[in-house]
Design a protein around this ligand. Structure first.
Ligand code: MN
Length: 229
């Protein structure tokens, strides 16, 4: 598995994100809440020593009725499982990364091979996390517009829920607050420290304005494709 795409995108003099890492023992998974330009959750499964990665715009769900879009992105190095913190403004994926959940996983089929299943476009795993538990499927969408599009689906088991599931409800408030501020700073690029604490608020209100306008004029905008990093 190649990390060349991962390395190409990043300047390791500027970002504290890891360069490499070696897998040991059990398969691990991690979910990182990434408050970049657009908030998303990165779901990563260790397969053959690297982290196969998907950006899930809405975050994972324990409700089997939800089919969460998961856009496959470049493999990440094994050590990324422990990365948490700020990716500095101006860098790829600038914004705050929070480890939302992590744990081990096994293949649902005891004879299943993770790499084979990934190649076939259907991965079935049993997660042992703090938040995500039990059976999950990742299924590649066929004939879609985007060859990187997969769906992440919870199987019905004792960990499944039938109420609405919003991963933001399971994110500490301090993380939500921090993520917002940092993402806004990242969005304006070289925002200096002089801008002070009021900067994120200003940026937020500016952002909110166009939405209201669109609603008032009744213009139906085609939903933008979710852009994820
Ligand atoms: Mn990301």
């Amino acid at each position: 598995m190649s990390l060349s795409k991962y390395k190409q995108k990043r300047d390791f003099k500027q970002t504290a994100e890891p360069v490499a890492g070696k897998a040991e023992g059990k398969h691990i998974f991690v979910v990182q809440r990434h408050h970049a330009t657009r908030l998303h959750y990165d779901f990563r499964l260790e397969i053959n020593g690297a982290l196969k990665s998907w950006a899930v715009p809405k975050g994972p769900s324990l409700n089997p009725a939800d089919k969460r879009l998961a856009m496959e992105v470049e493999d990440h190095p094994y050590d990324y499982k422990d990365f948490e913190g700020q990716i500095p403004a101006g860098n790829y994926g600038a914004g705050y990364v929070y480890i939302w959940d992590k744990g081990t996983f096994e293949m649902l089929d005891p004879k299943g091979n993770a790499l084979k299943e990934w190649k076939s476009g259907s991965i079935k795993v049993v997660l042992h996390g703090k938040k995500l538990k039990g059976e999950f499927a990742l299924v590649k969408m066929k004939g879609g517009r985007d060859e990187n599009a997969w769906l992440m689906i919870k199987h019905k088991d004792k960990y499944a829920v039938d109420r609405e599931y919003n991963s933001e409800d399971y994110t500490p408030k301090r993380v939500i607050a921090k993520g917002k501020g940092e993402a806004e700073k990242g969005a304006v690029g070289s925002a200096s420290k002089k801008a002070g604490a009021s900067a994120p608020k200003k940026a937020a209100s500016k952002k909110a304005a166009p939405k209201k306008k669109a609603a008032a004029t009744g213009v139906k905008k085609k939903p933008k494709r979710e852009k994820v990093k």
